[in-house]
Design a protein around this ligand. Structure first.
Ligand SMILES: Cc1ncc(COP(=O)(O)O)c(C=O)c1O
Length: 397
């Protein structure tokens, strides 16, 4: 039965400056940037699901926040979610708790590769991948995605070649891919997994955007492809993006291989990153147990924003949108403007009033691109597009 969609709840204006939200903070906007269209940091401007708020409120009312174990219902709720939404028979015994997704990526690199080893990434890709690897003394080994006719694909020949080098021991996979919005298909993932397995390259799959996909582009958890794929994978999961709870949330490491899981557990213990936050636990459990309707509604709303963006950009004629299959991040191609990367950043900020993420942050392949976060009120996006339109007109003149 078709459910009534209450899109208007996402049109509610909430001033994020009431709390030190990173998106509207000077850390992200720079000095004097507080009035810019804040569309950089990858979270949503929407109030979270009532089921999540109610669970947190109930926990708050309990009034005691001493040390806690993982609630009995949390991992089953996550496993049920994965089966219900993504047809993945996730085994609760394979799951470890983690503070956040980037922490999982960092531990995986430090545990399963040695200093100086190469870790393959597929730029343009989430900038923190570079920072983590550099800070852990690992070599970033780029295997750039191929961009053809506005569509990104994996360079499998490049991957085969780089994987064959014994110094390259790991691949950071972004599934779905931030910033280009590709939701990798099962066929692509299988091909990638086969190459990596053949060359003993461990796949570390960041699936934080997995729940956020558009119609016709189902997310395939890499480890759901079969036992052989799962055995060569470390998966990072989190409801941070899907339920807009990044600041009161933690993450899950999924490792089927028993020896690797044990090693990870020991490392978690060595680093003492094994405490539980009571609010994170209840928020995540409520989201996974009863957040389907809210997520469906928010995806519907974001699709509407995407339709608006698509329509308006066609009229501008100078900015191309890389059609996203998932994520609430849109990769915009400004190459037709002929500006330098810094020139583009300055134009967007000073002329259009946009604080988006500059493309070069995602690797040199991102130069002359920018990443726009569309998880905001539609009216706000529309107004920001008015400003961009005026700025583009002035630039032409
Ligand atoms: C691909 C990807 N991985 C990880 C993160 C951050 O995850 P966490 O806050 O759980 O470390 C982000 C946030 O933007 C992301 O886009």
């Amino acid at each position: 039965m078709a459910r009534h969609r209450t899109g208007t709840k996402f049109d509610l204006e909430i001033d994020r400056r009431e709390v030190p939200a990173l998106k509207t903070h000077k850390m992200a906007l720079g000095e004097g940037g507080t009035n810019l269209f804040a569309a950089g940091v990858a979270d949503m401007d929407f109030k979270v699901a009532d089921v999540v708020l109610e669970a947190m409120q109930k926990r708050l009312n309990h009034g005691i926040f001493g040390y806690e174990a993982v609630p009995d219902g949390l991992l089953p709720a996550l496993c049920d979610w994965q089966m219900r939404r993504h047809n993945w028979a996730l085994d609760a015994g394979d799951i470890l708790r983690a503070p956040n997704v980037l922490n999982i990526l960092a531990i995986a690199a430090s545990l399963f590769t040695d200093a100086g080893d190469g870790v393959i990434v597929q730029p343009p890709v989430f900038f923190d991948f570079y920072d983590i690897l550099q800070e852990n003394g690992r070599q970033v080994v780029p295997n750039p995605l191929i961009l053809k006719n506005g569509h990104y694909t994996i360079d499998f020949n490049g991957l085969e070649e780089l994987s064959a080098n014994p110094k390259n021991k790991m691949l950071y996979l972004c599934n779905p891919h931030n910033p280009v919005g590709r939701v990798w298909s099962a066929t692509e993932l299988r091909k990638l997994g086969d190459i990596c397995a053949r060359h003993n390259v461990l796949v570390v799959s960041d699936e934080i955007h997995g729940d956020i996909t558009f119609e016709g582009h189902p997310y395939t958890p890499f480890a759901s492809l079969g036992a052989a794929y799962a055995d060569n994978a470390i998966t990072a999961l989190s409801p941070a993006k899907s339920f807009n709870i990044a600041a009161c949330c933690s993450a899950f490491t999924v490792i089927s291989n028993a020896a690797k899981r044990h090693a990870f557990l020991v490392e978690n213990s060595r680093l003492t990153v094994n405490k539980n936050n009571s609010f994170a636990s209840v928020a995540m459990q409520a989201a996974y147990a009863a957040g389907d309707d809210w997520l469906d509604d928010v995806l519907h709303y974001i699709s509407g924003n995407l339709a608006l963006l698509r329509k308006r950009l066609v009229a501008f004629d100078t900015v191309e949108m890389i059609e996203p299959q998932g994520t609430f991040l849109v990769w915009l191609d400004f190459r037709k403007l002929g500006l330098t990367p810094d020139g583009l950043t300055g134009f967007l900020r000073k002329q259009a009033g946009w604080a988006v993420t500059r493309g070069q942050a995602f690797g040199q392949q991102g130069e002359s691109f920018a990443r726009l976060n569309i998880a905001c009120r539609r009216a706000k996006l529309d107004k920001a597009l008015d400003s961009l339109e005026t700025a583009l007109r002035n630039l032409k003149a």
